[in-house]
Design a protein around this ligand. Structure first.
Ligand code: PEP
Ligand code: MG
Length: 572
C-alpha cells in the first residue's frame, strides 16, 4: 500500500527544490551509504565486518578493565551492555545475512539492521528498556568507526538521487557526497547560519533545517525538499511529484536564460568600485570561483579540509593542498583563515563550543597543530598571493600570542632554508563584540580585517546561530548591529587598514546594500550568492546608499529598517 503524503515544516537553509530518496546519516561523524559489493567480494566484506566486531570487542574489554581499575567493579557493568549487543546473534548474524544476501557493504547492512532495532526500542513501553537504545547507538557508532580504518577500496555512486537527512549532517559529509547523487538536504536541528546550511547554499543544494519531525523518516523514503517554502514532503503523491518535476524543468530553463553577470566589473551605478570576493570551504571550490570570474578568495575556511580525513593531515600534504589552491587561484589573492574548530560542535561533555575553546583560542592551546598549519601556509606562499586570517579573536593578548607563534614559525623556516614569502599579510576576524569594540587597538598589529557578521550577530544579539528556536531573532537589521557596524567602520576608517565583510550578511542583497551604505567597500560571499550580489552592486548608487544608512541608523525597530532597505534596493 502506498504511504500517504505528509508535510514537515522547517526553516529555509538553501533555496530550490529537490526530489529524491532519504539517506539517513547516523551520526555527525559517520554516514552509512549503500554500495553494492561484487559477488566475489562478499566473503571479504563479511570478514571486514567481523574485523570491526573483533576490534570493537577488544576496545570495550580494554575500557572495561581500565574502568575496573579506576572505579571498581560497579561501573564496569555498563560496558557489559555493549559487549552483549556485540555477542547478540540476532544483531551480528542479521547483518552478515544482509551482506551476503543483498550483496551490500557492511555500513549499509549495519544501518538497516540497527534502524529496525531502533524502531523496535522506540515502540517499547518500558522506560528502562527504551533507554537501552543508547547502548545500541554507541555500539553502532563504534562499529562504523572501526570499519573506517579499513574502508572499502572504492566508494561507488549512490544507487538513487539522495536527500541527506539526519539530526545533524556535518558540512564535510555534504561536500564529500555532493558528486554522489546527493540532491538535497534536510536536518532535524540546525539553522540557516550553521556551516552545513552555508555549505548547502554554496553547493546550490536545496536544504531545509530545523525540522524535528524528520526523525520518523527512514532511509529510502521518497522525499521532496522545498527550500523555497521551508517544507519537506514525505511520500509525495503523484500529483505533487509532477508539479515539482515541472517546476524543476522550468527552473533549469530560466537558469540557462539568466546568463551570468559575473564577469562584469564590480562597480556601482555612480562608478564606485566594490571589491567582491568568494567564500569557499573546500579547496575544490577555488577552480569554480575563478571560472565564474571571482577576483579573490576573500575567505577560505580551512577547517573542513583540515579535518576531512577524520584525522590530522601531515605537513607535506597540507603544503601540497595549499599550493594547489594558490595555483588554481591563478594569481587571485587567497585569504586562508586558520582553523576555526568549535563552531557547530558540542564538546564531549555537551558544552556549547560557541562560547568555549573556538578558533584562535584552540590554536593557542594546541600550538603543535597551529604551527603545522602556519608552516604549511608559509611554505605554500611561494605559489601565489595569500593572506593569513586569524578567527575568533577577542583580546589584543591573543593577537600578540599569535604573532609570537608566527615569528617562531618563520624562524624555523629560515633555519631550515625553506622558501616562503615573509610579507604574507596577517589579518584578524572581527566577529566577537570584544573585537568590534577594540578593533582600533588591534589595527597596528595587523595588515587587514575581515568582518564576520555571522558570529558578530550571534554574540551581539545573544542568539545561537545554529539553534532553530531563535532563528527569528537573528536579524542583521537590528539597530544594535547597525550601530556596531557603524562603530567598527568609524574606528577602522582612519587606520586605512582594508576591511572585508565575509559573513552571510554580505550575501543577501538588502543587507549587503546596508553594508555598502555603512561605508564598507569590500565584500566576500559564497559562490551561489556571487552573481546576485554583483547584480545588486551594479544596480545601486553608492551615494544613495550612504544616505540611506544615515536614515536607518536613526530607526528604532529592525522591521522598520528592513522595510526601508527593501523598498530602496533592487532585488533579483
Ligand atoms: C562569520 O562568523 O561571519 C564568518 C564568516 O565565519 P564563520 O561563518 O565560519 O563563523
Ligand atoms: Mg565566524
Amino acid at each position: 500500500m502506498k504511504e500517504s503524503e505528509r508535510f514537515i515544516h522547517g526553516v529555509v537553509a538553501s533555496v530550490g527544490a529537490a526530489i529524491g530518496r532519504a539517506l539517513r546519516s547516523f551520526d555527525p561523524l559517520f554516514v552509512s551509504f549503500n554500495s553494492k559489493v561484487r559477488p566475489d567480494q562478499v566473503r571479504k566484506e563479511v570478514e571486514r565486518f567481523r574485523g570491526s566486531v573483533e576490534k570493537s570487542r577488544e576496545q570495550l574489554k580494554r575500557m572495561q578493565s581500565q574502568l575496573k581499575r579506576k572505579t571498581g567493579p560497579e561501573s564496569s557493568f555498563l560496558i557489559d551492555a555493549h559487549l552483549l549487543v556485540l555477542q547478540d546473534r540476532l544483531f551480528a548474524d542479521r547483518i552478515i545475512d544482509k551482506i551476503e544476501n543483498e550483496q551490500i557493504n557492511s555500513e549499509w547492512a549495519i544501518q538497516q539492521v540497527s534502524e529496525d532495532l531502533f524502531q523496535a526500542y522506540d515502540r517499547l513501553n518500558d522506560d528502562y528498556l527504551r533507554e537501552r537504545r543508547g547502548d545500541l547507538e554507541d555500539i553502532v557508532r563504534r562499529l562504523l568507526h572501526n570499519l573506517q580504518s579499513n574502508p572499502l577500496p572504492s566508494f561507488k555512486k549512490l544507487p538513487y538521487d539522495a536527500i541527506l537527512i539526519g539530526k545533524v549532517v556535518p558540512p564535510s559529509m555534504l561536500f564529500e557526497l555532493r558528486s554522489q547523487r546527493v540532491v538535497g538536504l534536510a536536518t532535524e536541528t540546525g539553522s540557516p547560519l550553521s556551516h552545513t546550511a552555508i555549505m548547502a547554499r554554496s553547493l546550490e543544494i536545496p536544504a531545509v533545517v530545523g525540522a524535528p519531525e524528520l526523525a520518523d523518516v527512514s532511509s529510502g523514503d521518497m522525499l521532496i525538499v522545498d527550500g523555497d517554502r521551508a517544507l519537506v514532503i514525505v511520500f509525495p503523491s503523484d500529483e505533487t511529484l509532477n508539479e515539482y518535476k515541472n517546476r524543476k524543468h522550468d527552473e533549469k530553463i530560466s537558469k540557462k536564460k539568466g546568463g551570468a553577470v559575473t564577469s562584469a566589473p564590480s562597480v556601482t551605478e555612480d562608478r564606485v568600485r566594490i571589491s567582491l570576493g568568494a567564500n569557499i570551504n573546500f579547496s575544490e571550490e577555488v577552480r569554480a570561483a575563478i571560472t565564474i570570474g571571482c577576483e579573490s578568495i576573500g575567505l577560505y575556511r580551512t577547517e573542513f579540509d583540515f579535518f576531512r580525513e577524520g584525522k590530522q593531515p601531515d605537513e607535506e600534504s597540507l603544503v601540497a593542498d595549499y599550493s594547489i589552491v594558490l595555483k588554481s587561484a591563478k594569481g587571485a589573492p587567497v585569504t586562508f583563515r586558520t582553523i576555526d574548530v568549535g563552531i557547530d560542535q558540542k564538546s564531549w561533555d555537551g558544552v556549547n563550543m560557541n562560547l568555549g575553546v573556538r578558533g584562535l583560542r584552540f590554536c593557542l592551546e594546541n600550538t603543535d597543530v597551529f604551527k603545522k598549519q602556519l608552516r604549511s601556509l608559509y611554505r605554500a606562499s611561494v605559489f601565489g598571493p595569500m593572506r593569513i586570517l586569524l578567527p575568533f579573536v577577542s583580546t589584543v593578548d591573543d593577537l600578540d600570542a599569535a604573532h609570537q607563534i608566527l615569528a617562531e614559525v618563520r624562524q624555523e623556516l629560515d633555519l631550515k632554508h625553506l622558501a616562503y614569502d615573509p610579507g604574507v599579510p596577517i589579518g584578524v576576524m572581527i566577529e566577537t563584540p570584544a573585537a568590534a569594540q577594540t578593533c582600533d587597538l588591534m589595527a597596528s598589529r595587523v595588515d587587514f580585517f575581515c568582518l564576520g557578521t555571522n558570529d558578530l550577530i550571534q554574540y551581539y544579539l545573544v542568539v545561537d546561530r545554529s539553534d532553530r528556536s531563535v532563528v527569528h531573532l537573528y536579524n542583521p537589521f537590528h539597530p544594535a548591529i547597525l550601530r556596531c557596524l557603524h562603530q567598527v567602520y568609524t574606528l577602522l576608517h582612519p587606520t586605512g587598514k582594508p576591511v572585508t565583510v565575509c559573513g552571510e550578511m554580505a550575501a543577501d542583497p538588502p543587507s549587503a546594500a546596508v553594508l555598502l551604505g555603512l561605508g564598507f567597500t569590500s565584500l566576500s560571499v559564497n559562490l551561489a550568492a556571487y552573481p546576485r550580489i554583483k547584480r545588486m552592486i551594479r544596480s545601486v548608487s553608492y551615494a544613495q546608499l550612504r544616505d540611506l544608512a544615515g536614515q536607518i541608523l536613526k530607526m528604532q525597530k529592525p522591521r522598520e529598517v528592513e522595510e526601508k532597505v527593501r523598498a530602496t534596493v533592487y532585488r533579483p
